[in-house]
Write a protein that binds this ligand. Structure first.
Ligand code: PGA
Length: 225
């Protein structure tokens, strides 16, 4: 099956670069889902790229200054939402309970969800991941995609070895009663992909730092396709 390549821009990319980047991305012809900053998202939608938001609120409308509505996102042509990224959990103190509300609301509005999970260095991965899945997906029957991102691997250039990725992703899959797609994220770039891509259980990648760099993406494409 063709690997999913999810691009998490975080808060990067200048508006001046946007159209060239979009043109190059379309030429790449990969199975992409792009998660630009929310204000750039409409440009990706208009260019017929599968587009997601990096975060969403759990109310459709109302007095919530500064938040983004899942209902409005859906109307705009947004297809996906990333929920529970470790930067949101850490920097914005997002709890599993809030993550659960966001997922319920996104799904109710017809958005597809990628739930990010991951343990910190030294933590018991089984305990952390099981808890993030059980609480994040409480009372949710719809299928979601999981992005497994060990926190210590994000933006550090370090990755788990293939055996570790395989073991942990197999563990995650064992917690679901459907064939859940699991992406790997954390320092995926043109160098690390050469090793990681040998792991069969991975359904695709969530790429941060390299996601705005077209020459990196070209090299990644050569490996995955
Ligand atoms: P990274 O980020 O590729 O820069 O490690 C991945 C992510 O945070 O989703």
């Amino acid at each position: 099956m063709e690997k999913i390549i999810a691009l998490n821009h975080k808060m990067n990319m200048d508006f001046d670069e946007l159209q060239n980047y979009i043109d190059d991305l379309k030429k790449l012809n990969l199975n992409l889902i792009v998660f630009p900053t929310a204000i750039h998202a409409p440009y990706f939608v208009r260019n017929n790229l599968k587009t997601g938001l990096q975060n969403i609120y759990f109310q459709d409308d109302g007095a919530y200054t500064g938040e983004t509505s899942p209902k409005q996102a859906k109307k705009l042509g947004i297809e996906y939402v990333l929920v529970g990224h470790s930067e949101r959990r850490e920097l914005f103190a997002e709890t599993n309970e809030e993550i659960n509300k966001k997922i319920q609301s996104a799904l109710a509005n017809g958005l597809k969800v990628i739930l990010c999970i991951g343990e910190k260095s030294g933590e018991d991965y089984q305990k952390v991941l099981k808890n993030q899945i059980n609480e994040g997906l409480k009372n949710i029957q719809d299928q979601v995609i999981i992005a497994y991102e060990p926190v210590w691997a994000i933006g550090t250039g370090q990755t788990p070895n293939n055996q570790e990725i395989e073991t942990i992703i197999s563990y995650i899959k064992s917690l679901f009663d459907y064939d859940v797609k699991v992406l790997y994220g954390g320092s995926v770039n043109s160098t690390t992909i050469e090793t990681i891509n040998a792991v069969k259980v991975v359904s695709g990648y969530l790429i941060g730092g390299s996601s705005t760099n077209i020459s990196e993406l070209k090299k990644i494409k050569e490996v995955v396709s």
